[in-house]
Design a protein around this ligand. Structure first.
Ligand code: NAD
Ligand code: DAU
Length: 334
């Protein structure tokens, strides 16, 4: 593959994917197409060679813009999304525009341009919560919050496009991802950066024992790439970290790594409809040769070190828009 359009690549996982892909394939050029929402940040790509990618600012909900960016590309990999569950509870209009209409525009553009491969990056959240066992790709969607409902909408449109038009669509459903360049609204970078600053961490009360399966960003990137290169059109591939942890266990690990005591935990009102546990079975992707490389203890320690060493990256973000969001999310909640 010579030219890949990577949408949402100024965000967390998308930028990690471009870094991974450029290192893997010296002959590839990436078109980075991104709207630069509050979560998009060109600093995420700052270390990458400028001649290996072209940045285009645009919105996937704008059909003409995304079609033009995809022209001449062998593949499109879509990371562009509104991604934070708590923000989707405050209002989901943008989530529907990007995660459903935007995905539809990518599919339609791919059909018109005869793009050879279309990879839609999705999430384990579309299956919903599971008390025991793990969801397989054949499990029906059961999204339980506005974010995951919008992602399920995009997935269903992708599968329908494959059935109707044979658009060569693959879908990946990844588990909770962590690592460098994650916007500090998500639990791991939020808690790490608060603790560096000597601030308490807002742990959702009642959700302390809720479980997430942690996947290192580079492993998520390699999972997406495996599905892109080796997956069968019309198929879904789960990308699981294999590191299920209760939120309280994650929190205590971060406290210990940052030398803070239990008094740094502040229990705050729970997320409405807080999904108890996500768990997916990735044996289908493993059968294509994919394996996550990072073990949890090392990954969390490396992540803490990265945020400690890269204050230049997150201090800029934890101002302005972020502070207004933080107040609304944590201080103004009844
Ligand atoms: P992110 O919020 O860090 O980045 C999203 C990026 O998309 C940003 O750069 C933003 O500017 C861009 N974007 C948003 N709307 C756009 C639009 N309309 N047009 C063009 N660009 C737009 O997200 P992330 O955590 O990197 O997630 C990337 C993908 O992976 C998403 O599809 C998400 O659903 C999925 N995913 C995330 C996780 C996770 O734990 N973070 C886990 C599984 C799946
Ligand atoms: O599972 C994949 C999903 O993981 C992705 O599709 C989403 O884009 C991504 O945001 C993530 O969703 P979660 O809701 O699981 O992630 P978040 O970091 O928001 O929360 C993780 C857990 O931590 C969850 O149980 C809620 C809890 N939490 C979160 C925040 C932000 C807290 O206790 N306090 C907090 O302040």
């Amino acid at each position: 593959m010579k030219r890949i359009c990577v949408t949402g690549a100024a965000g967390f996982i998308g930028s990690n994917y471009v870094r991974y892909k450029l290192a893997q394939d010296p002959g590839v050029h990436c078109i980075v197409f991104d709207k630069l929402t509050y979560a998009g940040n060109l600093d995420n790509l700052k270390d990458l060679p400028k001649d290996r990618y072209t940045f285009i600012k645009g919105d996937i909900a704008d059909k003409a813009a995304i079609r033009a960016a995809m022209e001449g590309c062998d593949a499109v990999v879509n990371f562009a999304a509104d991604t934070h569950v708590d923000r989707s509870i405050m209002g989901a209009t943008d989530f529907i525009s990007t995660n459903v209409t935007g995905v539809y525009n990518i599919l339609e553009s791919a059909r018109e341009l005869k793009t050879a491969r279309v990879l839609l990056v999705s999430t384990d959240e579309v299956y919903g919560s599971i008390r025991e066992g793990s969801f397989k790709e054949t499990s029906p969607p059961g999204p339980r919050n506005p974010y995951s409902a919008s992602k399920a909408g995009g997935d269903l449109m992708g599968l329908a496009h494959f059935e109707t038009f044979r658009t060569p669509v693959m879908i990946t459903r990844g588990s909770n991802t962590y690592g460098p360049y994650q916007y500090p609204e998500k639990v791991m970078p939020l808690f790490i950066t608060n603790l560096i600053d000597g601030q308490q961490v807002p742990l959702y009360k009642g959700g302390e024992n809720n479980v997430r399966d942690w996947l290192y960003a580079e492993d998520h990137a390699s999972g997406v790439d495996t599905a892109l290169m080796k997956g069968e059109p019309g198929n879904i591939y789960n990308v699981a970290g294999g590191n299920e942890r209760e939120n309280i266990v994650l929190t205590r690990r971060l406290l210990s790594l940052l030398g803070r005591g239990e008094e740094f935990i502040k229990l705050v009102p729970d997320r409405p409809g807080h999904d108890f546990r996500y768990s997916i079975d990735a044996s289908k992707l493993r059968a294509l040769g994919w394996r996550p490389k990072m073990d949890w203890d090392t990954g969390v320690a490396k992540t803490v070190e990265w945020y400690k060493a890269n204050e230049w990256w997150w201090r800029k973000i934890k101002s302005g828009e972020f502070l207004a969001y933080y107040k609304r999310q944590y201080e103004d909640r009844k």
